[in-house]
Design a protein around this ligand. Sequence first.
Ligand SMILES: [Zn+2]
Length: 277
Amino acid sequence: MTLSEKVIALDAGHGMGTAGKRCLKSIDPNQTREWFLNDRIADMVEAELAAYFCRVVRAGDTTGARDVPRSSRVKTANTAKADIYISIHHNAGINGGNGGGVTVHYYASGKADRKAKAQRLYTAVVGKNHLAGNRSQKVVPSSGLYVLKHTSMPALLLENGFMDSQVDTPIILTREHAEKTAQGITAFLVDELQLARRVDKPVEDVTDKAVHLGTYYRAYTGKPTTLSAALTSLGINSTYTFRKQIAAANDIRGYVGTAAQNTEMYNLLRAGLLKRV
Ligand SMILES: [Zn+2]
């Protein structure tokens, strides 16, 4: 590490089991957890940033098992002397309505440049994922968001669409949306911190690689079927022993192959959110 190497703190917010933080059941029967959506994007940003001279610090538990307190997340970033802190979230508050869209939050009482940074992140993300929505205020000053207030570096919080909007929810569940969002965040960071490329390769190559070698199995998009048949169709080992390993990797504890456990894994696979082993 050189003295000038930039440090980026990525925070995927919450934990897998955090109460409430999930998609609205009437729109997404799987009630996909917010942590999954946040973490999927954070993983993709981290993979893309591997092509640049910088260091990524993950504030929080990247397995999702623990909802790390916000004070610990902040401490991780402050201790690492991060140059910027990006907190990735998905919003709620529309109650099954049609509105929504991306917003970026910054600490209102912070330095004067925060609003401009927030605006640049918003522009970079929406320029890629096109989820502009209908919020009257897209770049939002905040005085109460803990991580924005207590980090010693510039911090921005992205609310990347609504988990209870009929418009946003089907979009934010897709891998494409996550990829585009990650590309927007990465482009913002590269520009903001003037990151130099490590390798002389097009960004697209790196992105493809991140997806193919990524954290999740490819989504099952075929006709409704059993977990085993869906796994087999994707060329994934579907034996009981291997399913047990997949279950463990996805924090499905004490896997014995019950219908409920298989359904949970099947739903994750359909959403493209089943973690690889
Ligand atoms: Zn959140």
